[in-house]
Ligand binder design. Sequence first.
Ligand SMILES: Nc1ncnc2c1ncn2[C@@H]1O[C@H](COP(=O)(O)OP(=O)(O)OP(=O)(O)O)[C@@H](O)[C@H]1O
Ligand SMILES: [Mg+2]
Length: 212
Amino acid sequence: MPGLRIAVANQKGGTGKTTLALNLAAGLQRRGSTLVLDADPQASISQWAALGDDNGHLPAVQAVAQDDVPARIAQGTRGHRYVVVDCPPTLQTATVGDVLNSVDVLLVPIQPSPVDLWASVDITAAVRDSRRHNPRLKAFVVLNQLDSRNALSRSMHEALAELEFPTLRAGLARRAAYRSAAVEGTSVYGLGHRGKAAAREVEALIEELLQS
Ligand SMILES: Nc1ncnc2c1ncn2[C@@H]1O[C@H](COP(=O)(O)OP(=O)(O)OP(=O)(O)O)[C@@H](O)[C@H]1O
Ligand SMILES: [Mg+2]
């Protein structure tokens, strides 16, 4: 099976890029060798990886200067089945464009409010540009911090339907486990019982992604 290169990006801050990237990578690592490229100068993923050892189950993490991301993705695919890039909350077209040109899949975490969605809409232009060079680029919204008690509002459904790319059926609920995992230097998989419900939804997301 060929390798899969995934970027997690959204120019809006705090939508769950790092949370998604690290738990996705932890789940992928259970399937095959996985490399995380930390393209964010805030280095959140690198700090997380430095915190814990997680019994050796965490994927490899490398901090990488933004200019270097395409080259490092290419390098990474030689030694790893999966490469996940955690992008910074910017949309400097040159850099995000370079990343989008170098991956198979873009995941855009968005919180389930229309206001957040509209703040993320600029990335659709970047995807459109990138598809001229990288026509097979797939892009999906991943809903994050879903409130399990409430169904999505009708206005959110309408806003999602207007976006140029689809939303994965699997999303992530708002759960303490995601925060605990980050603080403890592990993933939701490494939390054992405490992370079980979260790990289940990350698994569903990975299965949907691998079948897309
Ligand atoms: N599903 C979730 N449930 C609970 N907390 C969450 C969830 N997703 C993210 N968070 C928390 O929200 C905060 C922001 O998440 P995160 O750092 O992943 O966002 P980000 O998009 O990477 O931010 P930045 O734009 O600064 O890079 C963190 O404290 C994180 O633990
Ligand atoms: Mg981040």
